[in-house]
Design a protein around this ligand. Structure first.
Ligand code: BES
Ligand code: ZN
Length: 619
């Protein structure tokens, strides 16, 4: 054979393989979506009305499609949606469509027949009042107490309960929306946003960058806006907006720190909305508009690592997106690592080391609970047939972050930072599998260096359970001082004599963790007398203290416990407190009494978790 010919054949073969690999990384099979690669949604145009009386969103979703020539059907995800009518465009014809049987966690597959001419489909629909993504708040559940509020939570697979869509993180679309609501309320989305109310209650939105469906978000309420920087600002209920703007005053600096590390912020504005207290998460990285719990309003900016975290998702997650929920650690592990780097840039290494140390302790506790060989202690886990929510643990967040810190320490910061930055640049606006990331790491960082490969232990970290032997050393000098004070108190020095001046939230959390496992009620009382934990307005400290109070039977804190559990619905705080109460019959009784009162105020994400913990009978 002509040698030129064979090299031509070889390069053709190479091109074919390369394009196949690329296609695979785009359209990896997602066990949590009915969507198929031959017909994908590229743009969503929403036209909806928000009805606070009926607790229903209704309207039309026009989905622009990219069809393979052989495609005859489009497959969408829906759950608890009423589908009224489907129309093909440009034909303006009514196609054949079917709604499949309900599948656990996934909802019902909407299959629509299309023609070779079809460019988009219009789905007219309405949501059910119990749509899992939506929480409709009565005026009394808001800060202002006068007007209702609605917010959405789409991650992981709840977007399909309020928009018919291809609800997997491997599909990206741009979107626009027209939202009509009561004229006395403001609507905001994960898109370009208004800063004041319109006279007719109609708002329009645009998201020009392609995003996965789990980042679709909407909030409607008596919302006001305050700028805090040149491209950042804070939305909150009128009653809370000034407090919130002060607490989040470091946002612009965080954006600058993140850009210096990981390249330009690609979403134009970065705003934050502080939601009513039933928001089930600390934060949610909805693009251009992070959703946040008001429990970060500590009064001293001590809980703003949450902003660093959600902001970091603008790179890890929103820009380079986990391909399926089994790759969730790519979103959260990267983000937790970036969060710590941003915190270090703003507040210094000793501060960031406190956060890293607390995260490592959390991880070690989780690993102890699960057992060192449990399959869910791997970074890549198989969530097929399971609720993706089951993958949300310290493993994805903290083991993921620890692995990346291990990479950083192994190759050195300069080289590592350059790699991470180029990783975001070269995969921007695409999805990434764990295997894809590992391959990228080997190609561009390890580059055949056998010694480096040996030291990184990539496979052990990513695919192995528990923690490899050589984990990064986290040394917090601040915490060494805290431990000294805890030991002093344990050995009999009165609490009021301890040196706690200048302690932040994180010092206090560490202090509480370092106290002896059992304490008498009198000892609890002494601490409370000295430090007023029961009256703490800091949600993190209060949770740690209340958990201990339950464990030690310190009944003086039970009033505060009930107040806290009925006053906010952040799952991270509810979970340990209800769990602690289940450990004794009296506690269980108290838990059930409080829960009966609190449950109607919780978002589905939170009550589904607590129902399980309390084995609550859902009637
Ligand atoms: N994206 C997550 C929240 C999430 C994860 C929602 C999985 C649904 C499914 C968000 O970025 C997050 O991690 N929030 C944390 C905050 C944090 C500082 C670790 C939270 O809510 O506690
Ligand atoms: Zn996150």
């Amino acid at each position: 054979m002509d040698p030129r010919m064979s090299s031509f054949a070889l390069s053709c073969l190479f091109l074919v393989i390369a394009s196949m690999t690329q296609a695979r990384s785009q359209h990896v099979r997602d066990p949590h979506s009915f969507a198929r690669p031959e017909a994908v949604v590229t743009h969503l145009a929403l036209d909806i009305e928000v009805d606070f009386d009926k607790h229903v969103i209704s309207g039309a979703a026009t989905l622009t499609l990219r069809l393979d020539p052989k495609a005859t059907e489009v497959h969408l995800d829906t759950r608890d949606l009423n589908i009224h009518k489907v129309t093909l465009l440009p034909e303006k014809s009514a196609p054949k469509w079917t709604l499949g049987e309900e599948v656990k966690f996934l909802g019902r597959e909407l299959t629509i027949a299309v023609t070779p001419k079809t460019t988009s489909i219009v789905v007219e629909y309405s949501t059910s009042p119990s749509a899992a993504a939506l929480q409709w708040l009565e005026p009394l559940q808001t800060a202002g107490k006068k007007k209702p509020f609605l917010f959405t939570q789409s991650q992981a697979i709840l977007a399909r309960t309020w928009v018919p869509c291809q609800d997997g993180p491997g599909v990206r679309m741009t979107y626009s929306a027209r939202v009509k609501t009561r004229p006395d309320l403001l609507a905001v989305m994960s898109a370009s946003n208004p800063v004041s109310r319109s006279s007719d209650g109609v708002y329009t939105f645009d998201m020009k960058q392609p995003i996965p469906s789990y980042l679709l978000a909407l909030a409607v309420g008596d919302i006001a806006f305050r700028p805090v920087g040149k491209r950042s600002g804070v939305y909150a209920e009128h009653a809370l907006v000034d407090t919130s703007a002060w607490e989040l005053g470091d946002t612009e600096k965080m954006i600058e720190a993140a850009e210096a590390l990981y390249g330009p912020y690609r979403w134009d504005r970065y705003d934050i909305i502080v939601l009513p207290p039933s928001f089930p998460f600390g934060g949610m990285e909805n693009p251009r508009l992070t959703f946040a719990t008001p429990t970060i309003l500590a009064g001293d900016r001590s809980l703003v690592s949450l902003v660093a975290h959600e902001l970091a998702h603008s790179w890890s997650g929103n820009l380079v997106t986990n391909a399926t929920w089994s790759d969730f650690w790519l979103n959260e592990g990267f983000t937790s690592y970036l969060e710590n780097r941003i915190m270090e840039a703003l507040y210094g290494r000793p501060y960031a080391e406190m956060l890293a140390s607390l995260a490592l302790q959390d991880l070690q506790n989780t690993l102890k609970d699960l057992g060192p060989t449990h399959p869910d202690t791997r970074l890549k886990i198989d969530l097929t047939g399971r609720d993706p929510d089951e993958g949300v643990s310290d493993v994805a967040y903290n083991k993921g972050a620890l692995f990346l810190r291990h990479c950083e320490e192994t190759v050195g910061r300069a080289r590592w930072d350059a790699y991470v930055r180029s990783y975001f640049d070269s995969h921007a606006f695409t999805s990434m599998t764990t295997e894809g990331f590992v391959a990228d790491l080997r190609n561009r960082l390890v580059a055949g260096n056998a010694d480096l490969e040996g030291r990184l232990q990539i496979d052990a970290w990513v695919y192995g359970p528990g923690l490899p032997e050589s984990i990064p050393a986290i040394a917090s000098s601040e915490f060494a001082a805290v431990e000294k004070e805890a030991a002093q108190w344990t050995s009999g020095i009165p609490a009021v004599q301890l040196s706690t001046k200048g302690w932040t939230t994180h010092h206090w959390l560490h202090f509480l963790r370092k106290l002896p496992a059992t304490l008498s009620v009198d000892r609890m009382k002494e601490l409370d007398g000295a430090f007023a934990f029961t009256r703490s307005g800091n949600s993190e400290i209060l949770t740690a203290w209340l958990q201990r109070s339950i464990e030690m039977g310190y009944a003086q804190a039970y009033g505060a416990l009930e107040h806290f559990l009925t006053g906010q619905g952040r799952r991270k705080f509810l979970k340990p407190l209800y769990t602690a109460m289940t450990k004794s019959p009296d506690g269980m009784q108290m838990a059930k009494r409080i829960y009966a009162k609190a449950r109607p105020g919780y978002h589905s994400v939170s009550y589904n978790t607590i129902d399980d913990i309390l084995k609550w009978d859902v009637k």
